[in-house]
Design a protein around this ligand. Structure first.
Ligand SMILES: [Zn+2]
Length: 199
């Protein structure tokens, strides 16, 4: 059977999200139809705002409403440490832990020869420029995920940054191999930061 056009469009919209097939998309679409009007409007507004109000911080690459972001413009943060993550959501995870007070840098990906992703395809050149400009930064903590790509990216960065006299460390392997920072609990993350090792 054919659905009315708004329903078909909604199903199509949900199907663009990762991990959602036609069955789930259809279920979500019909769930949305049953939702109160104001809830649906709030949801639609939130979707719109992600494109209208958010931008990437020109310093660290975090998602933000103001540029530079809140973390980059906070003088109380420890200006001697930069923690390098793959995605903006990793910053949120680290911040929940509340024990890291330094700065961040978001790569927006990892090196992946399989997907044709080289150093120019992720946010590395801005990190280099940032480190060259800013002599207060003494340590770069690499917190890419414990995957082959995450490890290769960490190695690449260490080789690039160590000759410049920077201390380069990697989060301890409290994190299970292949796991994302996203899924680590706060205690595990805390131990991973505390037990970080020099590369
Ligand atoms: Zn920032």
């Amino acid at each position: 059977m054919q659905y009315p056009e708004p329903v078909a469009k909604l199903i199509d919209g949900f199907m663009h999200l990762p991990g959602i097939g036609e069955k789930t998309a259809t279920r979500l679409a019909f769930y949305t139809i049953d939702m109160p009007k104001d809830e649906v409007q709030q949801f639609a507004q939130a979707l719109n705002d992600t494109k209208e109000k958010l931008t990437f911080c020109s310093v660290c690459g975090n998602i933000t409403e103001t540029d530079p972001c809140e973390i980059c413009s906070d003088p109380m943060r420890d200006q001697s440490q930069v923690l390098v993550v793959e995605q903006p959501k990793d910053i949120a995870t680290m911040e929940k832990m509340k024990d890291y007070h330094g700065l961040y840098h978001v790569l927006h990906g990892v090196l992946s020869p399989m997907e044709g992703k080289g150093p120019d395809d992720i946010n590395i050149s801005s990190l280099i420029k940032r480190l060259q400009k800013n002599e207060t930064i003494k340590e770069v903590i690499i917190a890419t995920n414990a995957t082959p790509e995450g490890d290769a990216t960490a190695m690449y960065l260490a080789r690039l940054l160590k000759p410049a006299g920077l201390k380069v460390t990697r989060l301890a392997r409290g994190l299970a191999v292949g796991s994302d920072i996203e899924y680590a609990d706060e205690m595990t993350l805390f131990r991973a930061v505390e037990g970080r090792t020099e590369m």
